[in-house]
Design a protein around this ligand. Structure first.
Ligand SMILES: [Zn+2]
Length: 414
């Protein structure tokens, strides 16, 4: 076996020929002079052989995945050819995208590493600076997702997420059936979501959407009702529970401000106990909460109302749920707790959208699960400064297209 053959086998370089190699000890670089298999000269569009016009004057370099601590580079001078159909073109480069600076194999490793770990760690493994990695990642993902279309959307979820240390917001649209993200846009207002409906979906696709779930923001509700009149809008259970918990917390805060000394001490550490679902409560926490009955009547009243509301989600028949909601709202109004009354106001405004939950059982739970993954990605990177970088990572981890699988199979080795 010749040394060339050995290197080719070792680096798993099928379909290309290594004409010479050189080790640069100082930079720990291995430079491989390569050639396409069978002398190349293929048209990149139709893969037919063309006639050589000239060899490009400049040497091009592609980065491959590092091996045993050596950074590996391919060097080659591509040739210009004349194809009968496509005219004068640069010959097909089998190991990389025609104007890329890295090989397909490098792109695959980069995508898989970035799915699994922080970009900083991935950049160490791949021997490139982090800024270069994120540029390259953006280029690769943009190329792969170019021309990708949303298909078969039936249930959508819309939610917002913060990035850039919580200063900025992005709107995320989910496919709830397939549990993936289909779109990300800057901002959280009506104009943002309008961009999605206007540019990403055809009129037919909009009419195919049967279910939609979102939080209580007027912008999202308005957009869904305008663009998809056939869809049944369900307000997300998670957000309603959150709003109710918020109201209970508001009561607690008011009491905290009023109380002083020993009374204040008794209210300490109550916050998370109040939020707890009844099924998760231990005997001890129940005792503490029941003690409130004597300790602080107002918080106790708010908590009892919140606990009673849990029943609502168990109903199977919409009419029964409606009846329950009527009874509950009356009780809440009588409680003379201002935050609770505000909550009832929102509830009454969205009554039919909340009742539709009982019939559909559609929740944004899928979206919340995906949101959790997105948050992990965000925290791993210690936040993102720009939306494109964040969008790349969202599409890479929970997008509707399996991005690493778009790299040709023979290059999927790490
Ligand atoms: Zn051609």
């Amino acid at each position: 076996m010749t040394v060339n053959k050995f290197i080719r086998k070792l680096l798993n370089l099928k379909g290309l020929f290594v004409s010479s190699f050189k080790f640069y000890m100082r930079y720990r670089q291995l430079i491989l002079w390569v050639k396409p298999h069978k002398n190349g000269c293929l048209c990149p569009h139709c893969k037919r052989r063309g006639r050589i016009v000239r060899t490009m004057p400049e040497i091009r370099e592609w980065r491959d995945i590092p091996i045993c601590g050596w950074s590996v580079f391919f060097r080659y001078c591509p040739r210009e050819i004349i194809c009968h159909t496509h005219g004068r073109v640069q010959e097909d480069i089998p190991w990389a995208e025609s104007y890329g600076r890295v090989t397909y194999r490098f792109e695959y490793a980069m995508l898989v590493y970035c799915q699994l770990m922080a970009q900083k760690a991935a950049s160490k493994l791949l021997h490139i600076p982090k800024s270069t990695l994120s540029d390259q990642l953006h280029r690769t993902i943009t190329r792969i997702r170019d021309g990708h279309r949303i298909r078969g959307l039936k249930s959508i979820g819309i939610d917002e997420i913060s990035y850039c240390k919580g200063h900025k917001y992005a709107t995320i649209v989910y496919d709830l059936d397939r549990s993936c993200v289909v779109w990300v846009g800057q901002g959280k207002g009506r104009e943002t979501i309008d961009v999605f409906f206007n540019t990403m979906l055809s009129d037919y696709q909009k009419s195919q959407i049967k279910w939609a779930s979102c939080d209580m923001s007027a912008a999202y509700i308005g957009a869904i009702e305008d663009h998809c009149p056939d869809a049944t809008l369900v307000l997300d259970r998670f957000h309603i529970v959150k709003a109710l918990n918020g109201a209970v917390d508001e009561v607690r805060k008011e009491e905290w401000r009023k109380a002083s000394g020993d009374k204040r001490k008794a209210l300490k550490g109550l916050r998370w106990l109040l939020f707890m679902h009844s099924s998760n409560r231990s005997k001890k926490t129940s005792r503490i909460l029941n003690a409130l009955r004597k300790g602080n009547r107002r918080i106790h009243r708010a908590w009892v109302l919140k606990d009673e509301f849990e029943q609502f989600w168990e109903y199977k028949a919409p009419w029964a749920a409606k009846k329950f909601l009527k009874r509950w709202t009356t009780a809440a109004l009588k409680s003379r707790l201002e935050p609770m009354r505000d909550f009832v106001k929102t509830l009454r405004k969205h009554m039919h959208r909340i009742i539709s939950f009982i019939a559909s059982r559609l929740t944004n739970a899928v979206a919340e699960g995906l949101n959790r993954v997105i948050r992990i990605v965000k925290n791993r990177a210690s936040g993102f400064r720009s939306l494109p970088a964040f969008t790349d990572m969202i599409f890479l981890t929970v997008g509707d297209l399996d991005i690493p699988a778009q790299i040709p199979l023979k290059f999927r080795t790490i």
